[in-house]
Write a protein that binds this ligand. Structure first.
Ligand SMILES: C[S@@+](CC[C@H](N)C(=O)[O-])C[C@H]1O[C@@H](n2cnc3c(N)ncnc32)[C@H](O)[C@@H]1O
Length: 331
């Protein structure tokens, strides 16, 4: 018999070796895996019997995998079906937290699940909810005013044709409910002469996924809460997949690892201390080998920092990205 391995639904944990080489000097304690997914990161960390994992994921579909982990690793693994912005609600049993890790984005299971409608290759009702959401993409597309739609497409997707696409959506939705395939068609009809390497719908779908899942405020709150939760000497590591996420993570680590004078957001004239030690100023990228084996990894960037101070004021971080969190509140 010809033994073939079906790799179709296999999730390749991105930048796994790179992540492990960063956190392994801290082994012998608890790590929080904020994006459990199919457990690729957690599994690797649990291979070391001195480690414990607290795993988080907003997606209920990962519960089956999580309960297998709970059986296999019993008291070394605990799972929470919550959004990672709420990680400060977790009760830590021991005082041995060493690292908090994020692998942002979507797992292959989520992309392939047509009911979620995360991909422009899906058909049917617009959805894009990852789990624990208030609204779906259908709610936004069917009710948001033209200006707000255009703003979302422009700011979260960087879409040049945001206005025209928003206008067309508002026109078409008067006569029918816009499904995933209709949205793709609307975008194609507006951008028909565009010859670019990326799919016509990529930017609009990215914008909708960010909006539906409130990815910006999720990330900002999670980073701040991570800082407060992790003890001095602990590491926060984040793998991002698009430029907005990376901009946020880069600012968070870089800005707070520099000695700064008081800024206009800190009127008390106190000289602020560094909050992080930054080992690599540049992000760590996947190797050619990894990109060949797993092409979606090509946009991944890994950044990390070590906490070196107990107190940190994140007002200017929140202020810097308010223009993005404001867009998430448009509805
Ligand atoms: C790229 S996958 C993680 C894959 C994982 N590292 C692995 O090796 O299997 C991202 C996961 O993060 C979850 N996720 C994304 N945003 C989240 C949030 N705000 N809160 C909790 N989970 C989130 C998604 O549901 C998804 O399962």
């Amino acid at each position: 018999m010809n033994a073939t391995i079906n790799l179709e639904n296999k999730h390749f944990p991105v930048l796994l070796n790179e992540l492990i080489s960063i956190i392994s000097p801290l082994y012998g304690g608890t790590f929080i895996d904020c994006t459990f997914g199919q457990g690729g990161y957690s599994k690797k960390i649990l291979e070391n019997k001195e480690n414990n994992i607290i795993a988080i994921d907003r997606d209920k579909d990962v519960l089956t995998t999580a309960s297998k982990f709970e059986k296999k690793y019993s008291n070394r693994f605990k799972f929470y079906n919550i959004k990672f912005s709420k990680l400060n609600k977790i009760k830590l049993k021991n005082n041995d937290l060493r690292g908090i890790i994020f692998d942002l984005g979507y797992s292959i299971n989520q992309i392939k699940n047509s009911k979620r409608g995360l991909s422009f290759n899906n058909k049917g009702k617009l959805n894009m909810r990852m789990g624990i959401n208030d609204f779906s993409a259908n709610d936004f597309i069917s009710s948001m005013d033209e200006n707000s739609l255009s703003k979302v497409f422009k700011i979260f997707g960087g879409e040049r044709y945001s206005k025209k696409i928003a206008r067309e959506i508002v026109k078409i939705r008067k006569s029918k409910t816009i499904k995933t395939e209709d949205l793709v068609q609307i975008i194609d009809s507006v951008k028909k002469y565009q010859k670019t390497k990326i799919h016509n719908s990529t930017k609009i779908f990215q914008a909708l996924r960010i909006l539906v899942n409130k990815e910006i405020s999720e990330l900002i709150n999670a980073l701040i809460n991570s800082f407060h939760l992790i003890p001095i000497g602990g590491v926060i590591a984040v793998v991002t997949f698009h430029s907005i996420e990376d901009k946020i993570v880069k600012f968070f680590f870089k800005h707070y690892s520099e000695e700064r004078n008081s800024s206009r957001y800190m009127p008390n004239k106190e000289e602020s201390k560094k909050c992080f030690k930054l080992i690599n100023k540049k992000p760590i990228l996947p190797s050619f080998k990894e990109v060949n084996q797993n092409p979606p990894s090509r946009s991944a960037k890994l950044r990390y920092a070590i906490k070196i101070n107990q107190e940190c004021n994140f007002n200017d971080f929140m202020e810097k990205f308010k223009y993005l969190t404001d867009v998430e509140e448009l509805r």
